[in-house]
Design a protein around this ligand. Sequence first.
Ligand code: ZN
Length: 443
Amino acid sequence: MRARVNGSWEATVPFWPKAAIRRRADRRLRHLARIAAQHVPFYRDRLARGEMHITELRGTVDLAGWPIVPPDALRDEPERLVSEQADLAHCVRFLSSGSTGGRKSVYVDHKSLIHNAVYGTLGKWVIFKLTGALFRLRSVAIIVGDGTLDELGQMYADAFGTPRSPVQGGQLEVFSPFEEKLEVINTIKPHVVAGVAGAVADFFLEAHDRGADVHRPKLIKGTAEGISPRLRQRLENDCGILVRLSYASVESLKIGFQCEVGDGYHIHEDVCAVRIVDDDGQELPEGETGRVIVTNLVNHATVLINYDQGDRGRLSTAPCPCGRRFKRLWLEETRETPMLRTPTRQVLHYGEVLRQVIDGPGFEAMQIIVESPDRWRVLIHTEDNTHHTWHDEIAERIERMTGDEIHVELNMNTPFEYSAGGKQLPVIIRCSDQPPYLRDSEC
Ligand SMILES: [Zn+2]
């Protein structure tokens, strides 16, 4: 069945009166809670065992009475969070990147995908306000090649038909050489460059440092990962390119977006509910920083009510000069994954290395430690010891990807390591005082 949603009408939602936005969110939550209590084993069993005491979930204000789903639940018992009513053959299964939190699998139903596509993470209006281009918008995306995106693209095409004003533009892979990126960007002269924000930022800062003659887009739009505030400031001040990011995750899809004003993320309040709690799970007052808890209101396949997103931030309902009524979230830190580089300054994203190992039987998670500019240790966790059948060639495959510029040492099933700041990140750079990583520490 072809589902259609009126995109222009939906794009007005952020400007609706707060009460109307809340009514829509509450209606969606009531529907979701009924599905959870009757058809999702994780919630149903807890209710039956008396571990959850829910009489009624009338609206998002009642979410404080529901337990928090820890990230572990999605890793350890993902199938128990899936509704028995979901038609899995028509869902898209997303896998998280398999970084240090372990792999998580989430089923997203067709309707939810449409809600997520209707007004993109960064709406046309924001882009128009910032670039002055509404039609014939030229854009280039710098991406990590991934089959899931093609499948998603196909579903969107089925749901919406061919877009009326197709975006003119191109696609580049993160690992494509600097000169190739330069040529494509100078030929297309995009208004917007999107994709893996870290890689996009890296390209324009590299061009700036080299004094290269590069076309400067009006806007950098980040979708996959955040850029640190200092990096963003350099792009805006030194390169004169505006940066707007969206906040999204595999578990909850789109969560928030930066408007033309660019101060905090407006929460997509009609498709997700965001709460801030302390370490004991108690709701914090507006303005206080705590754990970000997200409820995806529209996905009826993997049902996540009060999911601990693993981020920290604070909320505000103060009006934004842009006029949108969606409340805003400020994240304490972005989940930034540093870009990997070779001694000749080729850039690689963690996801590209991950592609070399993710299909290995029993693969669970991977961490990359950059010990020196030409030596990486790749730590891989697997379910059992069957990895002996496949892991031998991995180091060689990764080395080949880097043009044999990097020597790779593989550590199987050794504990993941912590950064100097005490964090277990997917990528840890131990030589940020040396080129080609020097710029990262300056930023
Ligand atoms: Zn705003």
